[in-house]
Design a binder for this molecule. Structure first.
Ligand SMILES: Nc1ncnc2c1ncn2[C@@H]1O[C@H](COP(=O)(O)OP(=O)(O)O)[C@@H](O)[C@H]1O
Ligand SMILES: [Mg+2]
Length: 246
């Protein structure tokens, strides 16, 4: 579904940010990307989304190299329109497609329900908590029925409990809807919980230091298992360049 091969990237007049990155993600699987701040994670997502031009290497999404910037991306700051209600924010993509109101209503109903937003449909973003706002942002993307969602540190500004709730919600969505997810995070535990594959990036210029396979990701009971602790410890050691045998 997603193929990245020998991808390198340098900003104009800048230094090299990504160096020879290769990985693939199968359809319906989740991938977490973790690495030091400023190493190039956001740049990598923008390249996959088609928001930055590929200079060297290949990115293919569903067999095509041109994603034209139409892959939905969820960011840390929600990206909601403050003057639109929850319903209007979630409906936005469909409204832009000029679908009849009844059809939009029919599509949105189960999504608002699934994300626990039904009672907030007439609220404005300023009347919602951070967690609720991020649920609106997720609902808006789901309404477009995407096969791939990119997320850039989506839960960073949320408190620990809300964050955990949203991680569980997200894992359910990806399993039920068979959506492919790429989530950039700086939380080791979030990467362990959400990434069936975890890419550990090095400092800038980022190359892949390790790919950790993590089959149990997304299972609600995984968090309290020995395996969870083992994978998190492994990621921590990789990030801090510690010897795995020590
Ligand atoms: N538009 C830009 N022009 C030049 N350099 C940039 C631009 N955006 C990001 N960078 C640089 O590229 C590097 C990687 O940035 P970024 O991908 O945002 O890192 P991360 O998301 O891992 O924190 C940083 O050194 C940053 O300063
Ligand atoms: Mg970033």
């Amino acid at each position: 579904m997603i193929q990245v091969r020998n991808l390198s990237f340098t900003y104009p007049k800048g230094v090299e940010v990504l160096k020879d990155i290769s990985f693939s993600i199968q359809k319906g699987k989740s991938c977490a990307i973790i690495g030091p701040s400023g190493c190039g994670k956001t740049t990598l997502l923008y390249l996959i989304a088609g928001l930055l031009p590929v200079q060297k290497g290949i990115i293919q999404v569903n067999g095509t190299a041109n994603t034209r910037g139409n892959i939905p991306m969820i960011l840390q700051d929600y990206g909601l329109f403050p003057w639109k209600t929850v319903w209007e924010n979630v409906a936005m993509g469909l409204t832009l497609k000029h679908l009849p109101h009844e059809e939009i209503e029919r599509k949105l109903e189960p999504i608002l329900e699934e994300l626990g937003l039904s009672t907030f449909r007439t609220f404005y973003p300023s009347q919602l908590s951070g967690g609720q706002r991020q649920r609106v942002a997720i609902a808006r993307v789901l309404a477009m029925n995407p096969s791939l969602i990119l997320m850039d540190e989506p839960f960073s500004s949320l408190d620990a409990m809300t964050r955990e709730h949203l991680q569980i919600l997200l894992s359910r969505i990806w399993k039920v809807h068979h959506i492919t997810f790429i989530i950039v995070t700086h939380s080791i535990e979030e990467a362990t919980f959400l990434g069936e594959k975890v890419l550990v990036l090095s400092e800038q210029p980022a190359h892949i230091r390790a790919v950790v396979e993590n089959e149990s990701a997304g299972d609600p009971s995984f968090r309290s298992s020995k395996e969870f602790f083992k994978i998190s410890t492994k990621l921590r050691r990789l990030l801090f360049s510690m010897n795995l045998d020590s």
